[in-house]
Design a protein around this ligand. Structure first.
Ligand code: MCA
Ligand code: AMP
Length: 504
């Protein structure tokens, strides 16, 4: 095949007038119309001079055109680099520089701030707004609606997705065409997606969940999607009766359960609810079934691996577990101290290997070597256990990570900013239970001798450099951080001390 990713996800629908996207305003975009948009954008990238393998960074609102940009990158052989719309200029500058992106596509509202960054880093800047307007589509409109698909191989890079780390800066996870295709193929089959499905899509499209799990599955199955700009409770409730399947983070499900309009009748037409990106409380699982008669299907994945495990479609969907390793994915539990295999039932590090596992971190061979073993097993950093029936349980994390509403937040990144603030001696950032987001960020500070840190000023400084979802919900000043005999901060003590603060 000339370009497996494009051919299988997009080219397979050439000439089809079948509905692909249902938009909230009633517009329907067919597969054929979508492919024409993608081809026109691919022509723009070629006219700019982009070549296969070049990186395209996109920080844009969710829209059919934004999805078509992803398709255009696949068709032109470009590496797609989607970015959270909440990222600040500081964060973006790093991603553009680190990836060496040749083209940056941003919302019109960021053009003025990003123009000097793009110019300095030698990247071309185009705009794409939520309504499809902007310089990208201005140029695309005059272009032919067919494009000569660039030759690519299954091992070639398709996407670069940045994920933070416990130390230092974010790392670009290199995902190949085959990583994406193999996972989409498996999920379509495991979750029984067909052309007849209508997937309610309310997730952001800059992360694995919304882009690769949801969108690639819909494309692979040839079904349609109700493309909502974001998760808005009223809109989701309005559209649910027209959908057959939905994918979401646990916050979607707890918000739905918090609304009396969410009933058995409303979901009668649905065949599948999938949850992932963060732990789904067993209690939510039970409440959901009592209310709707549906059992949520929970699965487990990572940016570096796409999806690793899933509860079964037909068998028992066991609350509090993430199901079985997907076909083709090997999963083992290892001793965190020496990497040796642990027997079934014991708790250890979850390691996975398979066609879904990424190629490594972009230009970071040491970080790659630290997490991706030579034999192909990836050390996830999640702590788990496999029960007697083979269900995988995630019991904790061996990495300092907070997951808020499905977004990953690495405390180190916030601590680095807090530690620099006037009057602050040191800081510890922790995740505490939160009724809506699952976990939320709390910043614990120790004042420099004789100083009284200006907490409002510190929050202001954080806002300038970090995305909104990373901001500590509260800053607390204490006398000293609890440490063990080795001098390591005991965050578990802090987490326990403040566990009821936002539990609701
Ligand atoms: C928004 N805010 C948040 C979050 N989202 N703060 C913390 N955590 C968040 N997740 C901020 C807003 O900017 C706003 O700030 C304030 O919190 C309240 O916003 P609200 O209206 O409640 O939020 P929302 O706009 O309704 O968004 C909540 C959300 C959204 C719907 C849960 O965060 C979301 O769609 N999350 C999904 C994330 C996702 O797709 N993750 C998958 C990663 P202000 O009031 O100041 O404006 S991929 C992954 O993890 C792996 C591979 C996997 O397994 O899937
Ligand atoms: P990301 O780096 O955004 O890809 O997030 C991956 C992390 O999300 C995993 O390492 C897990 O810690 C967490 N995660 C994803 N799905 C689940 C789940 N179903 N239950 C618990 N944690 C999950």
């Amino acid at each position: 095949m000339a370009n497996p990713l494009y051919d299988r996800l997009f080219g397979a629908h050439a000439g089809q007038g079948t509905p692909f996207l249902y938009l909230p305003d009633g517009t329907v975009i067919s597969h054929r119309e979508f492919l024409a948009l993608a081809a026109q954008i691919a022509h723009v990238t070629a006219a700019i001079g982009l070549k296969p393998g070049d990186r395209v960074a996109a920080q844009v609102q969710k829209s059919p055109q934004a999805l078509a940009l992803y398709a255009a990158c696949a068709q032109a052989g470009l590496v797609f680099l989607p970015l959270n719309t909440a990222y600040t200029v500081d964060e973006l500058t790093y991603f553009i520089e680190n990836s060496g992106a040749s083209l940056v596509v941003c919302d019109g509202s960021s053009q003025t701030t990003l123009a000097p960054v793009a110019e300095k880093l030698g990247a071309r800047l185009e705009t794409l707004n939520a309504d499809g307007s902007g310089t990208l589509m201005d140029q695309a409109r005059g272009m032919p609606t067919e494009f000569n698909t660039a030759e690519r191989e299954s091992g070639d890079l398709a996407a670069l997705l940045y994920t933070s780390g416990t130390t230092g800066r974010s790392k670009g996870a290199m995902l190949t065409q085959d990583n994406l295709l193999s996972n989409a193929e498996t999920l379509v089959s495991e979750w029984r997606f067909t052309k007849a499905d209508v997937l309610l899509h309310a997730l952001p499209i800059f992360h694995t969940h919304g882009l690769f799990v949801a969108t690639n599955v819909a494309l692979m199955a040839g079904c349609s999607m109700i493309l909502l700009p974001k998760f808005d409770l009223d809109t989701v409730i309005d559209w649910l009766p027209k959908a057959t399947a939905m994918m979401g983070v646990p916050t979607f499900y707890t918000r739905l359960l918090g609304d009396t309009r969410f009933t058995r009748d409303l979901t009668a037409h649905m065949r599948l609810f999938v949850s992932g990106s963060a732990p789904l409380l067993a209690e939510t699982h039970v409440q959901f079934e009592t209310r709707t008669g549906h059992r949520i299907l929970e699965r487990y994945g990572m940016t570096e691996t796409n999806m690793n495990t899933s509860n079964p479609y037909d068998g028992e969907r066991r609350a509090g577990t993430v199901g079985f390793p997907l076909p083709g994915v090997e999963l083992k539990i290892t001793n965190p101290d020496d990497g040796s295999d642990l027997p079934r039932g014991e708790i250890g590090l979850i390691e996975v290997r398979g066609p879904n596992v990424f190629k490594g971190y972009w230009q970071m061979p040491e970080k790659t070597a630290a997490e991706l073993r030579e034999d192909g097993f990836f050390i996830t950093g999640d702590l788990g256990q496999v029960d007697a029936d083979g269900y995988v349980h995630i019991v904790g994390r061996n990495k300092d990570l907070i997951i808020s509403g499905g977004y990953n937040i690495y405390p180190k990144e916030i601590e680095l900013v807090l530690d620099e603030q006037p009057g602050v001696l040191e800081s510890a950032v922790i995740g505490v239970p939160h009724a809506d987001f699952g976990e939320t960020v709390l910043g614990v500070l120790v004042a420099a001798p004789g100083a009284a840190p200006d907490l409002d000023g510190i929050q202001h400084a954080v806002q300038g450099s970090l995305a909104r979802f990373k901001h500590p919900r509260e800053l607390i000043v204490i006398d000293e951080l609890p440490r063990n005999t080795m001098g390591k901060v005991q965050k578990n003590i802090l987490r326990d001390r403040y566990k009821d603060r936002f539990a609701g």
